[in-house]
Design a protein around this ligand. Sequence first.
Ligand code: HEM
Length: 572
Amino acid sequence: MSPYEHLPTSGPKPTSDADAGLPDHIQSLLNKYDVTSNGFLPEGPPLELLPDEYYAPWEELIRRLPESLDAGIFREEVDTLPVLETSRLKREEEWRRAYVVLCFFAHGYIWGGSRPSEVLPPSISLPLLSVSSHLSLPPIATYASLNLWNFRCVAPPSTSQSLPPSPPLTPASSTPSLPSTTQAKTADKKFDPTDLSRLRTLHTFTGTPSESWFYLVSVAMEAQGAYIIPVMLRALQAISLRSESWKEITTKALRELVTCVEAVGELLERMYERCEPMVFYHQIRPFLAGSKGMSAVGLPRGVFYDLGPAGGEEGEEGDTEVVRGEKRKGKWMAYRGGSNGQSSLIQFWDLVLGVEHVSHGNSSPHSSSSSSSSNPGNTATKTTEQKDPPFHEEVRSYMPLPHRQFLSLVSRMGPGGGGKGGGIRKAITEMVATAHQQARELTKEEMEVQEAFTEATRALARFRDLHLKIVARYIVIPSRQKVPEEFRSRGEKRDGVVNLASVSSGLHERGDNGMGDEGGKEGGGEGGGWKEGGKEGGKEGGKELTGTGGTALLPFLKQTRDETLRAGEVGR
Ligand code: HEM
């Protein structure tokens, strides 16, 4: 099926003015894939409460989640929770709300104890599997559950109490200068997720301002990036239809993209304002971890989703496991953890530009990233060991289905409409090749579009540099520092409650001893020796930091940045 089936091959040519109204066919394409005027965020505010009283036990528990986790009683509370049916969920918003609630429960249960729980009880597993199957999302916390569907927007400052201005924790950028389209949006929209000062989270694990801010910065970024989506689609359409004005349209679109990426980058830098690195590293991040590649911290098989007592019938589906002395049926599953790497917006930018990412993003011996990094763009070098798709492709299955399908469609857009993709990079490559064949210099218009393309890839690489600095500040530096007393004593004070600092160290550093450095050793000691199999994915004597999404993070992120820059060099 052609990726252009939704785009007309005749009829009105795309306008050369990127500010003109949105053509109907692009609007219907966006509607079809649930891309709203807020981009990959919903059009309106996410549901804050399930309307059916039947779900009151969930609502009651999620309301007290941070207190319950802090008091170390969350697992007990879940163990007395009734197993609720999902048949009373009606609207799509209700399914999403249920997904948000159950994902918080799942991670709270797995990570909120003295050691991670290998088993998720039926009160979480059964409805979570049903809800995630309905939404075609994995039964684990994702960017959708933590960010996209987990916020509300309070009224503008004139009519409500907004957050008081806070002194930045570090010298960070000033309030971003938003493009005019956004300022207009801010003025007349009650629901305006571009305005960070008006955003609040619905739920967090820790109840800390740092955790809220961590999620909300992404929300504002998604909203801020929304307006560029139709602009870039128009450019891709002009390219695919080989419109005479494709160069002009694409040059304008690319210049807008640079402005957009910079504005989104300024929001990213506002992370420093209210998210404390130590709180992030020691308190928040452990809750975001997934169940894949987690042998080192006690989840060698992932998590067993307990579905109830095993009947012992022939041909019973799934696995059986003895849980607390009883034979249970269920499924062992392992997933990457919640990660902003699941953002559809950033992948949209990559796909439009034609930036290819080939890293598998983890240090497992079963998937090397080095072979592909030395051979950018060539996925044919995959060995038989590399069964998993590259990180960026894999994490698409953690995105809401319509967004995944939208990205798949965009990935097949490029010159000629043949469905082979390549985005703007391919159009520029072909343009330069044609000029060579004709033994002529590039025209002024051609040089402009090439220049605009290179500049857009550089802007995206600069954005990735900002992100790398954040990763250094929030993960690399805290991982090298001693666990502060404050976080150490939290675990000690609460008998039987996980020392989150130890989980953090254990999760994110894999070395020859599974911990790797000072913080890790301390954490391992306090963690009570529940880590095991620390060699998996590590280097003898070395140390690798891994992301919550399960990547060997620094080499991976640098490779991702370099791939962005390299894409911009076509024809140069
Ligand atoms: C404290 C703030 C942040 C930290 C510590 C952080 C950390 C990380 C880490 C460790 C990865 C590697 C993949 C993984 O294992 O999950 C990653 C990837 C990624 N993150 Fe972040 N991140 C932060 C904020 C953000 C925000 C706000 C966004 C915007 C949506 C974002 C977008 C991405 C993207 C798109 C990737 C995939 C790699 C790429 O395409 O460049 N991150 N991040």
